[in-house]
Design a protein around this ligand. Structure first.
Ligand code: HEC
Length: 168
């Protein structure tokens, strides 16, 4: 019995059964930031001066907040400039608030976590951080192709669009 357990641990079989704690942490970290609204405080930098008109949805205004440690890397990126941009550190959280409506967010994950989406976790929540539901009832959270496919057009710029210098 005991020897069986030792062999099981040694061959690493357990690690293939138990979900990696890393991926759970990523979800929990982003959820905590969005739930608590901590992206509005210390540890984050608001990139724009005043809400600016979204290129994606010109009827909306947006604010963008980025983990302070990655703010300089993010600020390298500009909508009208191509890369190569500096790499975004793993764990970086970027929140794009559509003023008065909802939050869209990205969190940089480990290499190869989601190659089709620049290894970002994508999320859409209400203003209190509660994930929104898609038409099929699943949460707008995770490796979302509907987000990654468009951000893929910005591969050279770390998969990001950035904020125009005039809006900063
Ligand atoms: C059709 C293209 C397109 C799709 C689809 C798209 N985005 Fe974006 N995204 C943009 C553009 C353009 C910006 C720049 C800000 C703006 O115009 O609102 C942006 C900015 C962002 C930002 C700020 C970081 C940056 O790139 O500068 C986040 C966070 C974000 N999007 C999350 C999402 C999420 C989550 C989804 C999926 C629900 C998504 N996006 C789908 C085009 C897209």
């Amino acid at each position: 019995m005991r020897r069986g357990l030792v062999i099981l641990l040694w061959c690493g079989c357990l690690s293939s059964v138990v979900p990696s704690p890393k991926s759970r942490d990523e979800d929990a970290q982003l959820q905590a930031v969005l739930d608590s609204g901590s992206f509005r405080g210390d540890g984050f930098r608001k990139i724009n001066r005043a809400p600016f008109v979204s290129t994606l949805h010109p009827e909306d205004s947006v604010d963008v907040y980025v983990s302070a440690a990655a703010a300089a890397d993010y600020e390298w990126v500009e909508p009208d400039r191509d890369g190569p941009a500096p790499p975004i550190p793993v764990g970086t959280v970027i929140v794009r608030e559509i003023v008065g409506q909802k939050l869209t967010a990205m969190e940089k994950r480990d290499p190869n976590a989601y190659p089709g989406g620049g290894d970002f976790l994508y999320a859409v929540t209400d203003l209190a951080g509660q994930p929104m539901a898609k038409a099929d009832g699943t949460a707008e959270w995770g490796s979302l192709d509907e987000c990654g496919s468009c951000h893929a057009t910005r591969k050279e710029s770390s998969w990001l669009f950035g904020v125009l210098p005039a809006d900063r």
